[in-house]
Design a protein around this ligand. Sequence first.
Ligand SMILES: C[S@@+](CC[C@H](N)C(=O)[O-])C[C@H]1O[C@@H](n2cnc3c(N)ncnc32)[C@H](O)[C@@H]1O
Length: 193
Amino acid sequence: MNAPVYVALLHYPMRNRTGEQVATAVTNLDIHDISRSCRTYGVKRYFIVTPVTEQHRVVGRILTHWSSEKSREWHPDRFEALARVQLVLDFEAVKAEIFSKHGEQPEVVLTEARPMPNTVAYADYRRELESPERTKPVLIVFGTGWGYSDVFFPEVHRILAPVHGPKDDPDGEYNHLSVRAAAAIVLDRLFGR
Ligand SMILES: C[S@@+](CC[C@H](N)C(=O)[O-])C[C@H]1O[C@@H](n2cnc3c(N)ncnc32)[C@H](O)[C@@H]1O
C-alpha cells in the first residue's frame, strides 16, 4: 500500500445526549488501545484532537510518562505504540501536519455507526487503497460522545459503511461499538491480512 494512513480521534466538535455541540473528555483507554491498534495496522500517526487545554495537560502527562526511558525498557510494546500518538488542539492542526509531510491534504474518511447516504464498503475502499497509483494520504476519523456535530461534515470526503454483526440477530440490530473496538475492526478490515 502506497497511501500513508493516519487516524484521528475527535473530541470536538461532538454531540452530547441532547444533541448540543460539546468537547468530550479524552479517556486513558482510548489513548492506549487505539494507539496499539494503529501500531499493529501500520498507521503512521494517531492524532487525539481536543481543544481543552486542561485535557492537554492530563494527556500530556500520560504521554510523557510513556515516552520515558524506563517505559521503553519495561514496556517496549506499549512505548512503541504510544510513540505514534500526537495531541492536537483542532482538526486544522491534523490536516496541517499531514500536509507538511506529504505536500497534499488527506482524504478524510469518516467512521459512523448510523446508516448514511453514499457510504463506501470496506472491500471496495480496501481495493482502492491497494492500487499502486493511490498515494494520497488517508485520514480515518473516529468519534466520541454521541457522535459528530453536523458542523464537522463539510470536512468529510468519504464515509465508511457501518460495521454490523450477523444478519437476523433474534435480539434485533445493535451496532453501537466502543470507539476502541470500532477502530480495531475498521483497521483490520482495511489493512489486516
Ligand atoms: C459515538 S462514539 C461513542 C464513544 C463512546 N464513549 C465509547 O467509546 O463507548 C463511537 C465511535 O466509534 C465508531 N463506531 C462505533 N460503532 C460503529 C459501527 N458500528 N460502525 C462504524 N463505526 C462505529 C464511530 O467512529 C463512532 O463515532
